[in-house]
Design a protein around this ligand. Structure first.
Ligand SMILES: Nc1ncnc2c1ncn2[C@@H]1O[C@H](COP(=O)(O)OP(=O)(O)OP(=O)(O)O)[C@@H](O)[C@H]1O
Length: 302
């Protein structure tokens, strides 16, 4: 059996106004991953996630979740997943426990589970405090607690850190990581902030204008881009440096620097050795690590 928890093939989706939002989306979420689903606003993330939950009716392509066809096994599939697409209604005048108690009854889950999820999201000590007095991060953790009541194997979170203050963002991110590493929950989390995904995802899918631009592990993404990274060099005599490096490297002059492709640290050390052996002073030797933010811009503007 495949190790994919979600697999879509050739998903297309057009809204009734004729706007094609998704174009041949092939989403592959491996079991056990934190899958960062990245894309700028309007890229098609929410539409994709709503399709996965059966909240929008599929038009073209196929959707498999847990190896089962969503079209024919929706109820079974939904029993095994939790989601936070729109905020669940929290009752401001009730405590965390009382809020959970309401949803527990709705989902027909054992009473014992309330204490479990409260602990899981770190709200076990909130006692009589009402939800309306919670910080944004605490409210978000309570919302996630609700989606965890029925012990889902898969969690689908649409922009869970959106609108949170920095503390709330950290709390939510740490919770996502904990659910994944300690409890083995596979999580697909959407975001338009690359740096955010970089801090928690194991796998990444980048969507832009309804099309996938990249899908793979976070390190594959970094590796792909690192190949285009550059090493910047400034020495006491750049003409000489250019001459001695030329036989071995593809060197160029640029704005008072010398630049060459950055491949690995060993090559950086070799460049340094060659220059020093030539009697040059090396003032600056800097590998311009491609920052994923830049990559995101590259990937979405091409
Ligand atoms: N009900 C609708 N009718 C028509 N167009 C829609 C509808 N819902 C969304 N769209 C359009 O589909 C595109 C994708 O929207 P979607 O919400 O999936 O994007 P997103 O990546 O989740 O972005 P955001 O973070 O802004 O929600 C957008 O251009 C949006 O305007």
């Amino acid at each position: 059996m495949s190790n994919l928890i979600i697999k879509t093939s050739g998903l297309n989706y057009t809204f009734s106004n004729g706007f094609q939002t998704l174009k041949d989306v092939n989403l592959e979420v491996p079991k056990g991953s934190i899958y960062g689903f990245l894309g700028p606003n309007g890229a098609g993330k929410t539409t994709t996630l709503r399709l996965l939950l059966g909240l929008l009716k599929k038009q073209e392509g196929s959707i498999e979740v847990f190896g089962e066809d969503l079209a024919t096994n929706r109820v079974n599939i939904l029993k095994r997943l939790g989601s936070l697409i729109e905020q669940p209604s929290l009752y401001g005048h009730l405590t965390a426990k009382e809020n959970l108690e309401i949803y527990r009854k709705l989902y027909q889950v054992s009473q014992l589970r309330v204490a479990d999820v409260l602990k899981l999201v770190g709200l076990e000590d909130t006692g009589r405090k009402k939800a309306k007095q919670f910080s944004l991060g605490m409210k978000q953790r309570l919302s996630i607690a609700i989606s965890l009541l029925h012990q889902p194997e898969l969690l689908i979170l649409d922009e869970p850190t959106n609108g949170l203050d920095p503390n709330g963002i950290i709390e939510t991110r740490e919770l996502i990581k904990k659910l994944n590493t300690e409890f083995g929950v596979t999580i697909i989390v959407s975001s338009h902030i690359l740096a955010e995904i970089e801090k928690m995802a194991t796998h990444v899918g980048i969507i832009h204008k309804g099309k996938f631009l990249f899908q793979g592990t976070l390190s594959e993404l970094q590796l792909m881009k690192a190949k285009e990274s550059q090493l910047q060099v400034i020495t006491s005599n750049n003409d000489t440096a250019l001459r001695v490096l030329q036989p071995q490297f593809k060197v160029e002059r640029q704005n008072g620097h010398i630049i060459l492709p950055f491949n690995n640290r060993e090559e950086t050390a070799l460049v340094n050795r060659i220059l020093v052996q030539e009697g040059l002073d090396v003032y600056h030797l800097h590998a311009q690590q491609t920052n994923l933010e830049q990559l995101f811009i590259d990937l979405t503007t091409n």
